[in-house]
Design a protein around this ligand. Structure first.
Ligand code: MN
Length: 258
């Protein structure tokens, strides 16, 4: 079993180290992650500049690879042959903040897993919903042990569903206080972004997308609802974004005579 571990916070972020350490009990682990933070970078394919890869040592003394590409580039590099051994599972994380609802389209953590799905590999993104007012170091150990259990579940299943792509969110609770696991759908995020316009030292305007952190609607059955109640949320995703419900309506429009 060969597991590729990546993230979007950078190869030296604490979450990826704890995740890689946990996964070693399941098989061979390769770490290939960005050399800096790509949070909220979306699904990237770097085509107009070369990608560089260098060896780095993680805090536990193990060897990892760092690339100047995006999280999704890291997965592509690994799958396309940078790593000689075939990959069985891709795990991205552990992100220090939850990825709920439409966050999945922004998230580097999730889009790394999406890239794996494009190449036909089972993948999961793992995020810890650290509260906004959290003080001190983040403890990733519970999320890592849950990620390991989910990985074991996937790899021991009789038949892994094609392009299995899971978005896993873990509440920031001691393991004994986690109520259980819920398979969920994407909830509705409420973004509170505000456009901030300021002037640079030469008097020209620049813009910054500011505002408060997003909230969300904790509907029953959703990722946001599960986390709010203290459950691990496991949302199966797919890259086919077709709005099937709109196909009959659009087919009924007269497209020729307009
Ligand atoms: Mn991140």
């Amino acid at each position: 079993m060969h597991i590729l571990v990546t993230n979007d916070d950078g190869v030296l972020a604490p979450g990826i180290l704890v995740l890689a350490q946990a996964m070693r009990s399941l098989g061979k682990v390769s770490v290939l992650a960005p050399d800096h933070n790509w949070s909220a970078s979306g699904h990237v394919k770097t085509l107009h500049r070369p990608l560089r890869v260098k060896e780095v040592l993680l805090a536990d003394g193990t060897l990892a690879l760092a690339s100047d590409g995006a999280p999704s580039d890291c997965v592509a590099l690994a799958v396309l042959g940078l790593l000689p051994d075939p990959i069985d599972l891709v795990i991205s994380g552990i992100n220090p903040n939850g990825n709920f609802g439409y966050d999945v389209t922004y998230s580097g953590t999730v889009t790394a897993a999406m890239e794996a799905s494009i190449w036909g590999l089972p993948a999961m993104a793992v995020s810890l919903e650290t509260p906004e007012n959290h003080q001190g170091e983040v403890d990733y150990s519970v999320a890592a042990s849950i990620a390991l259990k989910i990985a074991m579940k996937i790899m021991s299943s009789a038949e892994i569903p094609a392009r299995l792509l899971l978005n896993v969110n873990v509440p920031c609770l001691p393991e004994t206080e986690i109520k259980g696991w819920r398979v969920t759908r994407m909830g509705l995020r409420i973004y509170r972004d505000e456009l901030v316009r300021r002037l640079d030292p030469r008097g020209r305007p620049y813009y910054w997308i500011g505002g408060d952190a997003p909230t969300g609607i904790p509907d029953e059955g959703t990722d946001i609802g599960a986390i709010e109640k203290g459950y691990v949320s496991i949302t199966p995703l797919q890259l086919d974004l077709t709005a099937h419900a709109l196909i009959p309506t659009l087919q009924s429009w007269d497209w020729i005579n307009e």
